[in-house]
Design a protein around this ligand. Sequence first.
Ligand code: CU
Length: 426
Amino acid sequence: MCGPLTTSSAPGTSSYPTGACSSWGGNKSYPTPTSGYQGLRVSYIFNPADNTYVRTPDMLDGHWYPSATALGNGDVFSVGGLKEDSSGSVTTERWSASENRWLRLDEVTQTWRFWGLYPAMILMQDGRLFYTGSHVFGNGLPGTGASIYDLATGAVTDVPGLRRKDERDESMSVLLPPAQDQRVLTLGGGNNETNPDAHRLTDLIDLKAASPAYTPGPDLPQGHYHGGAPQTGEQGKMYVSAVLLPDGTVLETGGALHNRADPVFEASLYDPATGAFTPGLATDPVPRTYHSSAVLLPDGRVMTVGDNPGDGSFDQRVSLYSPPYLFKGPRPALSSLATDRWRYGTAQRVTVSEPVVKASLPRPAAVTHSSDPNQRYLDPPMTAGAGGAVDLHVTTNPNLAPPGWYMLTVVNAAGVPSIAKWVHLS
Ligand SMILES: [Cu+2]
C-alpha cells in the first residue's frame, strides 16, 4: 500500500522517503507434506524516487495474506494471515508512522482473534474499523460475519444483515462515494472450498446509523460465460472488482462463477446516488478470476490485470477500460495548483479551464484479491472565484482521508472528469 508512510528517519536505518509505499508479510514458503503456507514477518518501504526497498524492523508475527488499513494518523493496522509456522496469526500489528516501527505487543490493544485471510477492514470516520465480511478462502468468521472493531478498547461488536456470510470469499467491499456518507457496498462472493455457484447478492450498510446493519442492495447484473452462454437464476460472481471512479460512480467488472473457473464477462456501473446498477457496459476481453485486479488510472481510465485459473497459468495481458464519461465531450483541465502539499482543514486554490461542478479525491489503489479497504473518495466542497479559480475545502477529519497521496480531479456539468493531479494530504 502507498501513502501514509511519510516519515523522515527510522532507528538504525537511513531515512524513509516521503510518500513512499510499503509492503509486508507474504509468502515465506509454499506448502510441504508437513506444513501449509508460511507467512513472512519482514516489511519494507519502497521509494519510488530511486526504485529501492528499505527494510524496516520486523513485525511481531509472520502474515501470509494480512489486512492493511491506513489510519487517520498515518499508522497502519494489520491483522490476519498465516504465521511463520502456517497457523493463523491472532496478533494485531500496528505500524507507527511517528516512530517508524511496528509497535510492540504491549503497545497495541489485542483481541487475540484470528481474522482470517485478507479481512477487509475499512476505517470509519470515528476511527473505528468496519470488518465488512469480505475475505479470502472458505467460510466467513463466526457470528454474523461482519463487525465493528474499536481499536482503542479492542471491543468487537457483530453487525447483522450480511447475507450468505459463508459465501463471501473474494467478494468485494467498497466505501461508497462520498466517504463522509459512510456507506459500504459488499458485492458478490463465493467459497473456494464448498465451491457453490457464486451469487449475485449485494448488501449495503450505513455506518452512521446508531446500530449499523446491512440491508439488501440490488442484485449484480448478469453477464455471460466463454462461448456466450448467459448467466441465469441466482448465478453471480466471486473475484469481482469494484473501482471508485472520479465522477463518484463505481465500476464493477470481472469475476467468475466458481473457484478459479468459469469466468463471467460482465461490467456495470453502480451509482451511489440512485442505488442502481447500469448494466451492459463493454466487457473485458480477458478473463479476470483469481489474482485479478482493477485500478483507476490518473487519466480516468481503469486498468485490469491478472488471471490465475485452476490450471496454474497466469494471464499477463493488461486491459484498459475507458468509462462512458470519456465519450461525452471535451475534458476540463486542472491547469494549476497553488501547492500539491495539502493540510487538513485548509482551503486550496486550483485553476480550472472551464466551469466545473465538483472536485474529487480518489485514493490510489492498493488492491489484491478483490480487497482494497483503503479505496475511498472525498469530494471537497468548492467555492468558485474569478478567472477559473476554485477554492477546495479540505476535510478537518483525517479518518475520512488518511494521510497520503490522492488523485485530485474536477468534473464538469456533462460529467466529464479532468486528468488527475497528485496531491499529498497530511
Ligand atoms: Cu492469492
